[in-house]
Design a protein around this ligand. Structure first.
Ligand code: S3P
Length: 173
């Protein structure tokens, strides 16, 4: 990868696909800043993502995702940015990303089994899955959700397999 021509790298994929861990490491390797869209939204509104979901609702959150993303894309800074799991699926985000010069999107593609295994212990921090009781329920939810979301994720410029370690994912990128 030539980091003189690619200015902004956007990581996308389902919750638990490793966007933050991979993004932090990738930014370190490339020696450019790292941003996490959820954190930028939280900073701007002084509320956590679960608080935004419960106090203002999902539609408001989706609107904020697009607004904050557009703000970040306007800067001429180089950076690595990890999107939220749902960001690419709302507000024509993939079109916005794909038509913007100097922006490359990378889909971290992990299997339903990997995602279930990674997400089950930490599900209470994620409003969309916090209510699911068993690993089977979570597995079923993710399978159906990915069926809807893969259409958007597959519009990324690059796809890398994300069932492995951060180091292996970085070297594949
Ligand atoms: C969401 C993913 C979360 C966060 C919110 C909604 C989703 O981000 O934006 O809970 O719709 O998949 P991560 O993918 O970083 O967990």
């Amino acid at each position: 990868m030539n980091n003189f021509t690619i200015v902004k790298l956007l990581l996308l994929g389902y919750m638990g696909s490793g966007k933050t861990a991979v993004g932090e490491r990738l930014a370190e390797v490339l020696d450019i800043p790292f941003y996490d869209l959820d954190l930028e939204i939280e900073k701007g509104g002084q509320k956590s993502v679960p608080e935004i979901f419960s106090e203002k609702g999902e539609i408001y959150f989706r609107k904020r995702e697009v607004e904050v993303l557009q703000e970040l894309l306007k800067s001429d800074e180089r950076f690595v940015l990890s999107l939220g799991g749902g960001t690419p699926c709302y507000g024509n985000v993939m079109q916005i990303i794909n038509k913007r010069a100097g922006v490359t999107s990378i889909f971290l593609k992990a299997s339903v089994e990997t995602l279930t295994h990674r997400l089950f212990p930490a599900k209470q921090h994620r409003p969309l899955i916090a209510h699911l009781q068993t690993e089977e329920e979570l597995n079923d939810f993710i399978r159906k959700h990915l069926f809807e979301r893969n259409f958007y994720y597959h519009q990324a410029a690059l796809t890398v397999h994300a069932d492995t370690t951060v180091r292996e994912i970085i070297s594949e990128i």
